[in-house]
Design a protein around this ligand. Sequence first.
Ligand code: NA7
Length: 539
Amino acid sequence: MAAAVETETHEVIIIGAGVCGIYMLHRMLDMGVDATVLEAGDGLGGTWYWNRYPGARFDSESYSYGYSFDAEILEEWNWSEHFAGQPETLSYLNFVADKLGVRPHMQFGCRVKSCAFADDTNSWLVTLEDGRRLSCTYLLTAIGMLSAATPPRIEGVDTFAGQAFHTYYWPQEPVDFSGKRVAVIGTGATGVQVIGEIADKVGSLTVYQRRPNWCAPLHNRPITEAEMADIKARYDDIFEQCSRTPGAFLHGPDRRSFDEVPEAERLAFWEELYASPGFGVWLGNFRDVLVEQEPNQEYSAFIADKIRERVHDPEVAEKLIPKDHGFGSRRVPMETNYYEAYNRDNVELVDVNDTPIERITPRGIQTSDQERAFDVIIYATGFDAITGAFDRIDFTGVDGLKLADKWHNGPVTYLGVQVAGFPNMLTLAGPQGASVSSNFPPCIEFAVDWAADLIGHLRQRGVQRIEADASAEARWSEEIKAGYEGSLLATAKSWFTGYNSNVDGHDKMRYLMYLRGAPKYRERLNGVAENGYEGFVLD
Ligand code: NA7
């Protein structure tokens, strides 16, 4: 007789031990809630656990990416670079988890297969890939917005005889590139980091580019001891500054409009932005550059000239300049020596619009004109962003409603934190919230605090069930769509707008993000809480 499968019960289950899951767990334990984290990886860190590819690092200033909620953590942790690399960030998250003592409440190697809501008990039954079952009253998803990697759909990918990796699944042991013939497919933020980092470490590097992105220099550098002491003294100001900008970064728009600044002054300002570290070059511009066509075109032309200055071969430079979208309408990859890589004799750029990839062969990559042989192929081909991690779990709500069906034409949520028909489930860092369009940690701290307060409220009142009202959800969908109006972001095809050529059905616009900015988002959610959680049905 087969032994009955025991069900482990908790009040709260959090899926994911990344930046969001770590803090959510801390808040729950602090409130005396019986909570556990289920994590697919063998360690914590989420994005920073998986993405071990060479060159992986922050594009936000390190000290604006760390958590702000704990004075001791801020005091004890020292960042070594203005934009820290992946190993340091992973160490930081492990340091935080140990400092908070949350690790014993995390379960690793647990890939969640399905989550089903039981109407009679108002609880969720969570089933893992290995067959284990757990149940909880509140299910909190902290599953990441870029955690469902999408390898390219190219014939023959399984036939390649050399080493091949998607950047997200980079091996834990370092890869030796010396003397190797290496290919990179993809030139998004990831590909651009990899290419800049490995160009001078490989035998040869061939980059397969479909659409170029507007990239800009990161200007990273070490943080001295004196600088770190100064940063520590200014943490209140740093987080205050982040709280005021739309993207919760240190960089916010310049209040002047493009038109009101004389040309010479404008160019001097743009030179300054280009020479400054971080996202200022994208987000610190005149307020209309990311909204109006004309200023955007002018700025794009300015950046195009920078690319022409940096890339010696004019033909290669032209291939690297985007022609189908303006600067900043897709995610701007921040780079170190990216354009200079193309000046090296061992680096070749293949434009797959001229010579499309036909197949991966056992030896390498066959394009329409030739086969090139490789030892290593790197797929920097991105993610099924924001909804992909949800689609990989079989969520069933009331009356057998499947989340994948409900979201078939794009996600619908209330406030980006709940979905009607899925009671007691909170989608932290999920679609249509502000965290997915902003500097993640500050926004996630807000979302986690809001969710923790909500759970506190429900426990205090003995509420057994909370569910978003369908009409409130419909109004939120309209608000989300309205946020896209007049935004240049909505004009370009990218993961921001829900496109991914490697996923069926993702060939049209989907409304994935709250685009009215983090301050407005906080105001909206705080308003809802102050009004007794309007738009939710509490039972
Ligand atoms: P992205 O930004 O989605 O970039 C993926 C890249 O891969 C992009 O250049 C794609 O070209 C290219 N791609 C995808 N499939 C193919 C195929 N089949 N053939 C050729 N090229 C292909 O993902 P990243 O990982 O770089 O960045 C994701 C985020 O991670 C980033 O924004 C940061 O926030 C961290 P396309 O542009 O679609 O033509």
